[in-house]
Design a protein around this ligand. Structure first.
Ligand SMILES: *Cc1c(COP(=O)(O)O)cnc(C)c1O
Length: 407
């Protein structure tokens, strides 16, 4: 496949990446999505929008985030050099703000007063509440009561930022019910509201818009690496939940002689319910408004999923990933909970960087791969920082005492 005109060709006018993607929506929402698509396609070419987004990234988010050479970690493994794109240094501590600021700016340009979303672990909620505060938009975040109890620090952050966090008490009181509640709100209020999707998933145009907003990561990293080294890395990798940090990292490298690898969470193992490796173990199907590869149970419903990293436990992947997988251009590998925790402690101890457990999956793969290659270089997207995971990790694994002897 020829990737030189990739961005012009994908998605197509129906929002499809090959057979994946599209928009599977209730009748009432078709015009609402069309309105967002039309507005985005117009606004994203306006110099006013582009300049404003550029200013926000520089002055508010602190971009560009650096590319960093992990000398000690690399030396411990052998001769292959590991580099990190430091999205943990993006304002609010992860890559998610990249698309939330884009979505917020779009809402502003469209004259919408309100942005809403659901959140599971609270990361998307915090990023969206941050964007809402910046733009002076009303913000409502739906969250299951069970998740509210588990994620108190993120709930506090959202509320301090001025968001209205609505507890959802029906059903199992977790993410699925929160999605339903947010969807009902959107159906009733789409005239003044945008439902901001938190990854490269959902109906068209969201997988395209979120990808475009996240591409700043790969564009910067490619240029920074080239400038540091005079050549490109041999391997580029990132963790894959819904797929936003990875797609943003990958797309700018598609037309380069660079191996690209997405890393999915294998959790506790291969059994259904023990992992969230949708691409590795899933099959084609429609859910949440789009067609992609997904994990299904016997009834064809979204399967139960699990990962130690709550940002990765999604039973599908963005349609563009499914397409890139089938094309053979991007490979998908897995890392277990144990491997991710090992990477979490090693990066903390040997480099002074505490990674998010999500990002730790990509670091774990890079470490495994570096050992095999024993030459060349690997660029990892470090999607977020691990402060949010500390309490949980310490409770289950202690302070990483077994890593203390490395010099
Ligand atoms: C949410 C999250 C992810 C997973 O989402 P993607 O859309 O797959 O990028 C990864 N890393 C961090 C730090 C997150 O917060």
């Amino acid at each position: 496949m020829d990737f030189s005109k990739y961005l012009k060709e994908y998605p197509d006018k129906d929002g499809k990446f090959g057979s994946y993607g599209g928009a599977y929506l209730p009748e009432e929402l078709v015009p609402a999505m069309k309105e967002i698509e039309q507005a985005y396609l117009t606004i994203c070419h306006s110099s006013q929008f582009i300049n404003e987004l550029r200013r926000i990234r520089k002055e508010f988010q602190g971009r560009p985030t650096p590319v960093y050479h992990c000398e000690r970690l690399s030396r411990m493994i052998g001769n292959c050099q590991i580099y990190l794109k430091r999205e943990d240094l993006n304002h609010s501590g992860a890559h998610k703000l990249n698309h939330c600021m884009g979505e917020g700016l779009l809402a502003k340009f469209m004259g919408k007063k309100r942005i809403i979303a659901e959140t599971g672990a609270g990361q998307h909620g915090v990023a969206l509440a941050t964007a809402a505060a910046f733009f002076g938009l009303e913000c409502t975040i739906y969250m299951g009561e069970v998740d509210i109890a588990k994620q108190a620090p993120n709930v506090a952050r959202m509320r301090v930022l001025g968001a209205n966090v609505v507890p959802v008490s029906r059903g199992l009181k977790t993410l699925k019910e929160a999605v339903d509640a947010a969807f009902e709100d959107y159906l009733a209020n789409y005239k003044e509201t945008i439902y901001c999707i938190g990854s490269v998933v959902g109906p068209h145009p969201f997988p395209m818009m979120v990808r475009d907003f996240q591409m700043v990561v790969g564009v910067e990293a490619r240029e920074q690496f080239q400038e540091m080294m005079g050549f490109l890395p041999d391997v580029v990798t990132a963790c894959v939940g819904g797929g936003s940090n990875s797609i943003g990292m990958f797309v700018p490298f598609l037309n380069d002689p660079v191996e690209i690898v997405g890393v999915e969470p294998l959790g506790r193992g291969k059994k259904m319910g023990d992992h969230a490796a949708s691409m590795t173990y899933g099959s084609e199907g429609v859910m949440h408004g789009f067609n992609s590869i997904m994990l299904k149970d016997e009834k064809g419903e979204p399967a139960p999923v699990y990962s130690i990293a709550s940002g990765l436990d999604y039973p599908s992947v963005g349609p563009e990933h499914a397409f890139l997988h089938d094309s053979g251009r991007v490979k998908y590998e897995v890392a277990t909970d144990e491997e991710a925790v090992d990477a979490f402690f090693k990066l903390s101890r040997y480099e002074g960087i505490i990674p998010a457990l999500e990002s730790s999956h990509a670091v774990a793969y890079a470490m495994r791969r570096a050992k095999e290659m024993n030459t060349g270089s690997i660029l990892v997207n470090l999607s977020g920082r691990g402060d949010k995971d500390l309490d949980y990790v310490i409770e289950k694994y202690g302070y990483g005492e077994k890593y203390k002897d490395f010099k």
